[in-house]
Each structure stands twice: as structure tokens, then as C-alpha cells.
Design a protein around this ligand. Sequence first.
Ligand code: G3H
Ligand code: 13P
Ligand code: NA
Ligand code: ZN
Length: 308
Amino acid sequence: MKVTTATLLNQCYGRYAVPAVNVFFMEEVIGLFRAAQHWAAPIIVQTTPFARDYAGADMLVSMVEAAERTFPDVVFALHLDHGVESHITGAIGSGRYTSVMIDASHDSFERNVKRTAAVVRMAHEKGISVEAELGILAGVEDDLLVSAEKSFYTSPAQALDFVRETGCDSLAIAVGTSHGAYKFSGGQGLQFDILEEIGEKLPGFPLVLHGGSNVQSGVIKRINAAGGKLGEAARGVQDEEIRRAIPLGITKVNIATDMRLLWTMVNREFFRDRPEEFTPTTAGALYMEAYTDYIGTKIALLGAEGKA
Ligand code: G3H
Ligand code: 13P
Ligand code: NA
Ligand code: ZN
């Protein structure tokens, strides 16, 4: 059952968080819905502009809708992740998304407010909610690379003004996470003092944590042992940090990198260990199974099990 994103985020505030997972192809859509069904957890299915361009927006969204028919008990929302106006107009116009993200966080505060407020007006007319972003995360999202020097934390005072002035429904904040597989390479962690202050300024208002992947060192090691060459310095967001962030107002935790790493691990090990294989569906089935299991651990971590 598709529900509005706002419903999911308002329901969980302060108690648990909803996993918001970026899907790129069929195995991921099925793996995600299987997990949601098995653990009776609400989920947010997210598509980035890159994912929409890969096979086409209609193909991607149609797969999600096929999953909706296949798993009618699954409670989910469909969210456009990191959109700009051109994607947002398409997603809203399609009538198939329940929320969109306008990411104008790279603009000045004033311009971010202006662009976000315009998207909010357009989206609310159609009953679609809007996630906005204030502050800049470092790392790589789709094809945009942001250096650590260009990133900055969200200002709690500005966050309050921003929400009031834009009317956005949830806010992605920069409190130390970054996108991609190299987050916290320098050893920094989540900035709880900033998160706490934002939560105090915006009580009850859903906050979103981007860059929520754990980047398990065990997975990186297995990838590298199977021929990969990934840096081993990153430590990702620790489970303990996620648990602490939820009572402070984090309602949605975005996850993409962990699934990309999982895909890499499963496939590298598969082809290393079974060199005679050339059947995509054999590896695909393994990935789907691993994907479902891994999402299960995220559901447990966020406390979302049984909340659908
Ligand atoms: O939701 C997908 C629809 O097919 C619309 O696609 O955003 O490229 O217009 P679009
Ligand atoms: P990760 O790179 O930590 O998976 O973050 C994903 C994200 O924020 C997508 O919007
Ligand atoms: Na998002
Ligand atoms: Zn993000």
C-alpha cells in the first residue's frame, strides 16, 4: 500500500526511523519489498535522477508499481531523491511519487529558500510532500563530487528560519555524514551537539539523515580480497550513532552506498568462486537474497520492524 511520505515520517518521529533506500534496478526493488514484507516495516523507496536516467523513469517507477501489486501488504512511499526543478516537475506531474526532494543546498541561503518554497507550492497543490536540504554534505552523489572543504554543517538558527520560510515537510541536515564509500575517512563522526540544537529549534519536525550508510569494513575487505581496490580508511556511520540520532528527530535514514558495496561483494565473490558461471540470474538471485537480509539489519537498527 502506497502512503504519503509525510504520514510515515510523522508517525515515527522520536521513536524509530524509516529506511529510505535508493533503488537502481529490478533485483533491488524486489529485494527491498521482500524485506519490508518479511519484517513488516514501512519503507521509503527512492530514485535518484541517475537511477531514473539509467533505464528510464517510467521503467523504474513501473517496477516499483509492479512490486506494489506483488506485495500488497507492504507500506511504502515513493520519493525522488536529490532532485532539481526539471526532475521534480516530471515526478510531480506523473502523479506516481508521494514526495520529492529539492536539493538547492549548494545555493545561497536566500536562493535555497526561494527555490524550495516554489517547489513546495507546486508539490502541495498535488498533495506531495517536500524534503529540502540545508547545509552541504561532502562526497559523491550521482555524478556530483563535493570536497570536504566545500561542505558545511547546518546552522540550527538558519534551519528554523528555513523551515518557516519554505513550508517544507522535512529537512535534510548536514551533521557530519557524507555521501559515498569514504565517509569519516578522517575519523570524524556525527555532530550530536548540532543535531540536538536543530531538534530543539524544530520540535516534532522530521529531520533526514543523508549519507546513512555504514560502509562495513568486513564488506570492503571481502571486496578487496576478491579483486577489488577500494580504500579501507572509511568507517561509515556507526550503528550506535544512528540509534542516538533517532530520539533527536532523525526520521528518515538514506541508504545507497551500502547496497552498492553489497552488489560489488556478491558479484566479485561469485565470479571468483564460480568461474564456470555465466548465468546473470544465478548471481542476481544471490544479490536479491543478500539485499533482503541486509535491509533486514537496517530495519532492525532503525527500530522499524513491525511498524507497518
Ligand atoms: O514517474 C515516472 C513517469 O514516467 C514520469 O517520468 O519524470 O521523466 O516525466 P518523467
Ligand atoms: P550513502 O552514500 O551513505 O548511502 O547515502 C545515501 C544518500 O544520502 C542518498 O540520498
Ligand atoms: Na532524499
Ligand atoms: Zn543524499
